[in-house]
Design a protein around this ligand. Structure first.
Ligand SMILES: Cc1cc2nc3c(=O)[nH]c(=O)nc-3n(C[C@H](O)[C@H](O)[C@H](O)COP(=O)(O)O)c2cc1C
Length: 350
């Protein structure tokens, strides 16, 4: 079975890499969705329980690959234990002008400035409602580009209220570098002001629907130790259910001389691996095992995923690794994590 996906990837990659990256994305995922009944299902059963949810395995698809839920069943064939849809905003929006996605193959990296292009919450929910995929579905919510930062909470509240009945968990994305000012919401005071009303809404919705949907916060990798400590304190104080570390980086370390390195946007893939793992490790110390961590950022191999586990993650997510290594990576990572013991909680240091 992994051979099937290795061969499929080896045959299709040269064709896809000849296309503009965004077109290649649409073709590959469109094909997968359309022909999903013809491709074998990759299965790795390695159940884990996190945030009160049972994941068939700890390997997820990171947000941004399926922003609208268009490819959910096709992606489900690849064996993910969970799939995070979005980022979705309350209303549809076009995102930034194209081109807005760039490959840096020499570094196994991407730069994107998509800007939350999506078809809006109502469309996404219709896709989720008719899915066959039986795994965990997260819905990642953001704010409209036109909403001023001091009204951001209105968009997140609207997103949470609408997504609640159909989501297994909801991610609050405050770390995209491509929506002006968004990352400022990570500052301690702003973060508490955003998360408190969301937590209140979650409590109310949980009573209303008789079901508790965990709230997860997704952060950037470009945080110093003091910023991480501040965020960790707010997450604990506001009783969040989980953390995703990390989104793409504003840094260009390791790619400076490569074509496209000067493009505006977030960098993902291999150059991000160590930086994102270090952020996981610091959060692990500060959260003291009280909040689960979902690791995202440069998981390009089974060894990278094992390193995230050892740094303190309970689940991992893939995006750029799929572009450079294909769907066989899902199974390889899930198999490797099956035999990796979770990290012990390190004692806090400064
Ligand atoms: C083209 C592209 C679009 C993305 N869109 C989103 C998004 O809408 N919301 C989000 O939270 N993260 C988004 N991400 C970030 C990924 O979810 C992931 O956190 C990041 O790329 C690091 O993981 P990776 O190195 O495995 O790609 C996007 C990444 C890429 C490459």
């Amino acid at each position: 079975m992994p051979d099937y996906y290795r061969t499929l990837y080896r045959l299709t990659r040269p064709l896809l890499f000849r296309l503009d990256p965004e077109r290649a994305h649409d073709r590959a995922l469109g094909g997968l969705q359309r022909f999903r009944h013809l491709v074998p299902r990759q299965v790795v059963s390695a159940p884990v329980e996190v945030m009160g949810l049972t994941f068939t395995n700890p390997v997820g698809l990171a947000a941004g690959m399926d922003k609208n839920g268009d490819y959910l069943d096709g992606l489900g064939r690849l064996g993910f234990g969970f799939i995070e849809l979005g980022t979705v905003t309350p209303r549809p929006q076009p995102g930034n002008p194209k081109p807005r996605l760039f490959r840096l193959p020499e570094a196994q990296a991407l730069i994107n400035r998509m800007g939350f292009n999506n078809r809006g919450m109502a469309y996404l929910l219709a896709q989720v409602a008719r899915r066959r995929y039986a795994g965990i579905v997260g819905i990642n919510i953001g704010k409209q580009a036109t909403t001023p930062l001091d009204h951001a909470v209105d968009d997140y509240l609207s997103g949470l209220e609408q997504a609640y009945p159909l989501a297994d968990y909801v991610t609050i994305n405050i770390s995209s570098p491509n929506t002006q000012g968004l990352r400022e919401l990570q500052q301690q005071h702003a973060l508490a002001g955003l998360l408190r009303p969301l937590k209140e809404a979650q409590t109310r919705l949980s009573d209303q629907y008789g079901r508790y949907v965990p709230l997860v916060v997704k952060v950037a990798p470009d945080l110093d130790a003091a910023a991480i400590d501040g965020i960790a304190g707010v997450l604990l104080a506001e009783n969040m259910d989980g953390l995703i570390a990390t989104n793409t980086t504003a840094s260009r370390v390791g790619v400076t001389r490569l074509p496209h390195a000067t493009q505006t946007g977030g960098l993902s893939g291999a150059p991000l691996t160590e930086q994102a793992t270090a952020v996981v490790a610091r959060f692990r110390q500060r959260l003291d095992g009280q909040l689960p961590i979902i690791a995202s950022g440069g998981v390009m191999s089974a060894a990278d995923a094992v390193a995230k586990y050892q740094a303190g993650a309970q689940l991992v997510q893939l995006y750029t690794g799929l572009v450079y290594h294909g769907p066989a990576l899902v199974r390889e990572v899930a198999m490797a994590l099956q035999t990796t013991p979770a990290a012990s909680i390190p004692t806090a240091s400064t």
